[in-house]
Design a protein around this ligand. Structure first.
Ligand SMILES: O=P(O)(O)OC[C@H]1O[C@H](OP(=O)(O)OP(=O)(O)O)[C@H](O)[C@@H]1O
Ligand code: HPA
Ligand SMILES: [Mg+2]
Length: 179
């Protein structure tokens, strides 16, 4: 697994620091609002799990699964809902948790769907932002860190379902997905 990584971008310690800072900011901004924190499966699961433990406020958690990349390093452009939320969104302060915003297609689709359900507010926190690839005019409300235009894996991010359990975030060697 580690042999497939070209370069480590963020170590376990880097990630812990970034997540702690985001958690502190979100705790201030959402105190007293009992936000509905929505994890976009599967990539955001490790980030969600660490982030909520850095949010020292009352909140509720729910999970949604949409998929566009499948077993590929290229977005198919078609986003599908694989699992919807259990908790109603109407009147709630909804915070979407993403691992990465790349083209922005996934998030644009998700925001359009959730907006129609009349939340009190709808914002996004992403651990990674890859703005160079954006096709949708989307800017995250909260962003951990920017990444270069490379395919990255680890800490939830996969290539063909692999590498999600790496404790760090790194650039995948091109020969792995061009093979
Ligand atoms: O901005 P975009 O170009 O849409 O890409 C970002 C999305 O792609 C990945 O999910 P994926 O569809 O691969 O599912 P996964 O989370 O299960 O890996 C990632 O977790 C984001 O949700
Ligand atoms: O760089 C990436 N890595 C893994 N999954 C992704 N989904 C969108 N961009 C990426
Ligand atoms: Mg993926």
């Amino acid at each position: 697994m580690h042999d497939d990584i070209q370069e480590i971008l963020f170590s376990e310690e880097d990630i812990a620091r970034i997540v702690r800072d985001l958690g502190e900011r979100l705790s201030e901004d959402y105190r007293g609002l009992n936000p509905l924190v929505v994890c976009v499966l599967k990539g955001a699961a490790p980030f969600m799990s660490d982030l909520v433990r850095r949010m020292d406020i009352a909140l509720e958690m729910d999970y949604m699964a949409v998929s566009s990349y499948g077993a590929s390093s290229q977005s198919s452009g078609v986003v599908r809902i694989m699992k919807d939320l259990d908790i109603p969104v109407e009147g709630r302060h909804v915070l979407i948790v993403e691992d990465i915003i790349d083209t922005g297609l996934t998030l644009q689709y998700l925001m359009d769907i959730l907006k129609r359900r009349n939340p009190a507010s709808l914002k996004v926190v992403t651990l990674l932002d890859k703005p160079e690839r954006r096709t949708e005019g989307l800017v995250p409300d909260y962003c951990g860190v920017r990444v270069p235009n490379e395919f990255v894996v680890g800490y939830g991010l996969d290539y063909a379902e692999k590498y999600r359990n790496l404790p760090y975030i790194g650039v995948l060697k091109r020969e792995v997905y061009n093979a």
